[in-house]
Design a binder for this molecule. Sequence first.
Ligand code: GDP
Ligand code: ZN
Length: 324
Amino acid sequence: MAERSAPAEGLVVASYGRHCVVETPDGQRRICHPRGKKSQCVVGDRVLWQAPPPGQGDEGTIEKVQPRRNLFYRQDEIRTKSFAANLDQVLILIAAEPVFSESQLARALIAAEAERITPLIALNKSDLVEPFARAWERLLPYRHMAGSEGPDSRHYGVLPLSLAQSGEVDRAALMRHLRGKTTLVLGPSGSGKSTLINLLVPSAAAQTGEISQALNSGKHTTTSTTWYWVEDGEAGARHTALIDSPGFQEFGLRHLAPTDLARCMPDIGAHASECKFYNCTHLHEPGCAVRPLVESGDGAGSISANRYKIYSELFAELSEAPRY
Ligand code: GDP
Ligand code: ZN
C-alpha cells in the first residue's frame, strides 16, 4: 500500500455542497472533501488536508478544520447554514439607489456584532445627488454609533463612494480600510457590489475561472461564496482578501437568543446596564433605561425610533423561531 504524505496546510477559497476548493500556501488550488460525514468546511477555513495516494484520483481529503475565530450564517425558509469563517471585517455596501432596507442593514450589522466584528458601511452612488442626500440622512443613527467593543471602539464608519464615477479615488479610500485584512462584502443587489469587486480585483473573473476549473465540473459552477485575493501593489499578493457572498436578504440570525440582541445593537446595549432588572428585555419592564431614550414625536431621545422598532421586531422573531 502506498504511504500517505503528511497533512498540509490550506485555505478554503470556495465551497460547493460537500466539496471545497483548498488553496495551498504556494497558490495551487485543488478540490477536497471533508473526511467525516458531519464535518463541513466554509470559505475562510484554515485546514489540514491530504493528497490521495497515487492512483486514487486527485481529490484531497480534509483531515482537520482549524478552530475558527468566527463564523457567519445565512438562512432560508428551512434552515440556517454557515458560509464564511475567520473574518476580520464586514463591509456592507448599500447605495443611494435602489433604496436600501434599514431592517436588512440592521440584521447584517447584528450578525457582525454577534461575532464581535465592527462593521464598515459604504454608501455608493454619491453622484446621484438627491437620493444620496436622503440615504445619508437615513444613516444618521449609524454614522454616530460606536461599535460594541467598549467605549474606545471606533464608530461605524459610513464611507461615501461613487464607484462608477471615481473608481480610483474610491479604490484608495477602500484600501485604507481593507489592506491586510479579510473582509466579507455584503450588499443588496444593484448597490454596486460587482463594480466594487471588479475595481479591487481586476482578475476576479480569472480567479473564479480557476475555482470552476478546480471543481472540474465541465460546466460553469457558481459557488455562492468566493474568496478573492486583492492585487495590492504596495503590500504584495495574498495579503488582502475579499469574500463575496450573496445573501443580504437572508442573513442568518436564528442562532442568536433574543437576549443576545441588545449586545449586538450597541446604541441599545450601551444603556442596558442602567436598567432596574439585570435581565430587562427593554420591551415592557419598569425601570428600563432604554425605553425613555427612544425618540418620540417631539424630537427628544437619543435612540432612533426605527432602530428600537427593528429591535422589538427581531426580539419577537427570535423568540418564536426554533434555534439552530
Ligand atoms: P450589484 O448588483 O450590487 O453587483 O451591482 P452592480 O455593480 O452590477 O451595479 C448595479 C448598477 O449600478 C450598474 O448599472 C452600475 O453601473 C451602477 N453603478 C455602480 N456604481 C455606481 C455609481 O457610483 N453611481 C451610479 N450612478 N451608478 C453606479
Ligand atoms: Zn431595559
